[in-house]
Write a protein that binds this ligand. Sequence first.
Ligand SMILES: Nc1ncnc2c1ncn2[C@@H]1O[C@H](COP(=O)(O)OP(=O)(O)OP(=O)(O)O)[C@@H](O)[C@H]1O
Ligand SMILES: [Mg+2]
Length: 239
Amino acid sequence: MLEVKNLVRTFKSGDRTIKPVNDVSFKLAQGTLASIVGKSGSGKSTLLSLLGALDKPTSGDVLVNGVSLAGMPDSRLTDYRRQGIGFVFQQFNLVPNLSAVDNVMLPMEFAGMRKAARLSRARELLEQVQLDPGKHARRINRLSGGEQQRVAIARAMANSPQLILADEPTGNLDEQTGEHIIELLSSLSRDHNTTILVVTHDRQLANKTDRRFRLQQGRLTEEASPARPAATAPAPAPA
Ligand SMILES: Nc1ncnc2c1ncn2[C@@H]1O[C@H](COP(=O)(O)OP(=O)(O)OP(=O)(O)O)[C@@H](O)[C@H]1O
Ligand SMILES: [Mg+2]
């Protein structure tokens, strides 16, 4: 369970203060696939950074299975980032001159896993994201955008995190590849009971998630989802 409580993040910009995350609260049950949409600059990436402990809130708290990030010392936060969370960003953050399989092995190395175990798990994950086996040993900078995104997702899954945070994971992919990526995330949340939060500009993609949120000037609201209607949504009119 991911629980966000009255989260606020302010930035000083000259003599102005902006609040890209302004009193945001929500709860996600384990295994939920959720999306956040919102205009450019509405605070989406700022919110994900707070959830992933890449940044600290001005106030408020994030609880992961009841454990408060606000109360965690920095050393434990580092462990949380490395083991508890998988990140998928639009710019992939893969190591361009390493192979696909080496990129997926990297987080497991930080976690202290043995080489043979790392290698077999990395291959298994790349199979799960359906990267052509002939491309497992290929350098990242020789893969297409969609293939790189699959590698990024496999890497995010490496340490079996309870939470995956994805910032525009289909942003620079064509529609069909984007659809494959969302199906992949959807099956991950189902089959591995992983909570996944995806920031997206893509309506189609948002429509396929269990819960949909909109961020507007730092305020989060929930919308009914075609995949699973929100509790507060009005019932559809009888036919
Ligand atoms: N480290 C920072 N210091 C100061 N201002 C920041 C910082 N990070 C983000 N901002 C500002 O906070 C606001 C929200 O930015 P954020 O990156 O969260 O938007 P976003 O919704 O992810 O936009 P996009 O869709 O373009 O990625 C913007 O006005 C941005 O300029
Ligand atoms: Mg952003």
